[in-house]
Design a protein around this ligand. Structure first.
Ligand SMILES: [Fe+2]
Length: 402
């Protein structure tokens, strides 16, 4: 299971200043090394030999047609090696007014795609083989094997993008799609197949502060519907962090696993196993080993050869910009500023890796964290608090076995 590749076609940028500015001012997507990350990932898939690869949207940076064609070519190579691929759109993939190329110091608008284009570009990765397609969205039903069917749900609002002049963040599932899901569930039951769900937006909250635009607008309704249909597992992306959430609806348990964005530190994916005999799923994460891939290919690039530490250091360095927002709220000495940046960087990096439990009682965090949490108000204090008070579930491993 992977998500949020946010691929930008190599010929849509020249590594120039506009591209660098976009990457440095962005939300942590490593578009500089995305080709290496995807090459290494594809190599690991060849070794692991899974039956299926599920990609839960945001295949492209901002829906550029050229990026889609490049992603489809990469997926075709993976499928040619025997891995069945199923994809979904994310909120950045279709009718995106932000589709851009980067030339020297300028951003240049480039062609995006419509929903029909998505289904045709990715025809070999779910749309052609679909057992059923929803009439109201790009949702479809696919068979992973005889005993496991996957509902690939399109939760995006791309038809609102043009009026909003941006890729709308929020998502929901409309009434037609919900009715179609009910029909699919009946069909799966008649065929004796288990159902699991994949979609871009979160079904359940993965954070106490980052919810609006991330959790499905009608998440409560959809969670009750899915749990009532006996669906236990929902695989999602969109929020870019690694997080496992679980809820009970009408006495039934339902899991929503948000897998870390492949383009964002720590660049990990999920290994999902389905046991037909136990009718259960188990899941664990694995980091893409970019350094091993670089070594095997004879690379001399120090960033690739030491990718794990490079990625961690550059992701933590983003905290300098994040902390700038904190500094607006008070007067700090230079050493206090450094301590806050350090604490925020570590807190945030562990959060994205689903390892925020390591923050509790970490003496190295204490000075900066104290200052951060003492702020009377502001998003950063609430964000830090939400990470520290996370639910304590293991975000990198779970099983639906009772
Ligand atoms: Fe994304």
């Amino acid at each position: 299971v992977t998500t949020d590749l946010h691929y930008l076609a190599r010929d849509l940028h020249d590594e120039g200043p506009a591209f660098r500015r976009f990457v440095e001012g962005g939300d942590g997507k490593d578009l500089v090394h995305i080709d290496a990350i995807l090459d290494a990932f594809a190599g690991e898939l060849s070794l692991l030999g899974p039956d299926l690869l599920i990609v839960t949207g945001d295949l492209t940076n901002n829906g550029e047609r050229k990026s889609h064609l490049a992603v489809a070519a990469r997926l075709a190579a993976i499928q040619a090696r025997g891995v069945h691929v199923l994809v979904l759109p994310g909120n950045h993939d279709i009718k995106n007014p932000y589709a851009r190329g980067f030339v020297g110091g300028r951003q240049v608008p480039v062609e995006t795609i419509g929903p029909e284009d998505f289904a045709s570009i990715y025809a070999p990765f779910g749309y052609t083989e679909a057992l059923s397609r929803d009439g109201a969205s790009l949702s479809y039903l696919a068979a992973a094997d005889a005993g496991l069917w996957i509902l690939m749900l399109d939760s995006n609002h791309y038809l609102e993008n043009a009026a909003a002049r941006r890729p709308v963040t929020g998502g929901s599932l409309g009434p037609e799609t919900l009715a179609w899901i009910g029909q699919c569930a009946l069909r799966a039951k008649a065929a004796g197949a288990r159902l699991a769900v994949a979609m871009h937006h979160s079904l359940l909250d993965h954070s106490s502060v980052i919810t609006r635009g991330f959790t499905l607008e009608n998440g409560e309704e959809v969670a009750s519907l899915l749990a009532g249909l006996g669906i236990e597992l929902v695989m999602t992306g969109h929020i870019h962090i690694q997080d496992v959430a679980r809820a009970e609806r009408g006495g039934e348990r339902i899991w929503d696993v948000a897998t870390n964005a492949l383009s964002v530190y720590p660049h990990q994916y999920g290994l999902l196993a389905f046991s037909q005999a136990e009718a259960s799923f188990s899941y664990e994460t694995r980091r893409v080993d970019v350094a091993a891939w670089a070594r095997a290919g004879g690379s001399t690039d120090p960033e690739l050869l030491g990718f794990a530490s490079y990625a961690e250091a550059s992701f933590k360095a983003r905290a300098v910009a994040m902390a700038a927002r904190v500094f607006e709220g008070g007067v700090y000495t230079a050493s206090e500023r450094r301590a806050i940046e350090e604490a925020l960087g570590t807190l945030n990096a562990r959060y994205f890796a689903g390892r925020q439990g390591e923050n509790r009682g970490d003496p190295d965090l204490a000075p900066g964290l104290g200052l951060l949490l003492d702020l009377p108000s502001g998003f950063m204090a609430a964000y830090a608090e939400s990470i520290l008070n996370d639910d304590g579930m293991d975000d990198n491993r779970f099983s639906t076995r009772p």
